[in-house]
Write a protein that binds this ligand. Structure first.
Ligand code: MLT
Length: 389
């Protein structure tokens, strides 16, 4: 870290109303996003972590080092011991209105967990929440989708393994789905401190709201189509292409560009190269669904959309992001309803945001915690009529 008084940049009125682009937001010890290299967790490239046990990466978020075998098995046992949902939560979630979006169910479920099981110790609550999320999210999937009676939780199987068996996705190959979701969970766990959901969760927690309410707010941030819900729109886009022919796909991208329509799954606020989370998923797709027609479409888009987008000098990042192919892979493994994809993103991101909240509330400033978020700027004191919007 630099000296206490390092000048990071100077703020002018031009920076107002730009969605805090370029503004640093506190310090983040769990992950870092490099424009060219993409995300790393505590100094480890996500490429080197993608095949580990998901619990090892959760451990890394909290302890800032990878566990040895003994530490990992103790941590898994600890999470398993925390996994049961408090009495009545599953029934209350099951009763939520079916017309609600799965993310609205998740947000309601998080608040129900807070009402029924909080300890008011940020670390305890964070670990309890991470351990209980598999059953909560499986309940959201199964009950809202009408897949039948709940399947008993077996937390000793592991976080993602138990989640897959509790979902009981009709017709799915459990081995392949588990492999996909283990990687998906790790890749979506954290992305620095400046993404909307993380920023929101930490801001809400800075007022000393508990972790459940803070994560509920964070998930409301993730719910928006400009953030986590983009993954569901990406699958709709890939489905709408309707061909695997690269030349036809290139022509379609050109038409969209001419009509000023979005090319979903390409570009990112920070990244300036292909998102490593996308690269890893393309490679995984070649293993688990190489002949899937939508996957072929996604691969052709990766080649031709980048080619077309690169021709436009105004586009700072023409490359695929994390959402470009995630929905295609989920769809190939039986999770065909894209309305649920953001819930899977949230399932993973809860771990990263919870770890960042614990750092801000319990660890930083010698245990005093980060001050309540309170943005201010000289412009607040200026005559509003003198400022452009
Ligand atoms: C994320 O993973 O949060 C997204 O890539 C969005 C972001 O980093 O702003």
């Amino acid at each position: 870290m630099g000296e206490q008084n390092d000048v990071l940049f100077s703020i002018t009125t031009r920076h107002l109303n730009t969605g805090l682009r370029g503004f640093p937001v506190g310090t983040v010890r769990t992950s870092r996003v490099d424009p060219m290299e993409g995300v790393s967790y505590v100094g480890y490239s996500v490429k080197d972590l993608a095949n580990l046990d998901p619990e090892a990466v959760v451990y890394l978020m909290f302890n800032k080092e990878l566990p040895n075998a003994e530490q990992l098995s103790a941590f898994k046992a600890d999470l398993a011991s925390r996994a049961n949902l408090p009495e009545g939560v599953a029934a209350m979630v099951t009763g939520l209105p079916k017309q609600g979006h799965p993310m609205e169910w998740l947000i309601a479920g998080l608040n129900l967990l807070g009402m029924t099981g909080k300890t008011n110790d940020y670390t305890e609550d964070a670990l309890n929440l991470i351990a209980r999320t598999p059953e909560l999210v499986a309940t959201v999937f199964r009950q809202r989708s009408g897949w039948g009676a709940p399947i008993e939780s077996k937390p000793e199987l592991g976080l993602v393994e138990n989640f897959v068996q509790m979902m009981g996705v009709p017709g799915a190959d459990a081995g392949k789905l588990t492999a996909l979701l283990r990687t998906f969970y790790i890749l979506h766990m954290d992305h620095g401190g400046g993404n909307l959901s993380t920023f929101t969760g930490k801001a809400v927690a800075s007022g000393l709201a508990d972790i459940y309410a803070s994560l509920g707010a964070a998930m409301a941030g993730l719910y928006g189509p400009r953030h986590g819900r983009a993954n569901q729109d990406c699958l709709a886009f890939v489905r709408s292409v309707g061909t695997t022919d690269a030349d036809e796909i290139e022509a379609m991208v050109r038409t969209r560009m001419a009509n000023k329509q979005l090319v979903f799954g390409f570009g990112h606020a920070v990244l300036r190269a292909e998102d490593p989370r996308a690269t890893i998923q393309y490679e995984l797709g070649k293993e688990i669904c190489p002949n899937d027609a939508l996957f072929q479409t996604a691969l052709a888009l990766r080649e031709r959309a980048v080619k077309v987008l690169k021709e436009n000098p105004k586009i700072s990042n023409p490359y695929p992001n994390v959402d470009a192919v995630s929905g295609t892979l989920l769809n190939s493994q039986g999770l065909t309803d894209s309305d649920y994809y953001t819930v899977l993103f949230g399932f993973a991101r809860i771990a990263g945001i919870a770890a960042q909240i614990v750092d801000e509330r319990v660890n930083f400033r010698n245990g005093k915690g980060v001050a309540i978020y309170r943005c201010s700027f000289k412009a607040e004191n200026q005559d509003p009529r003198s400022l452009n919007s």
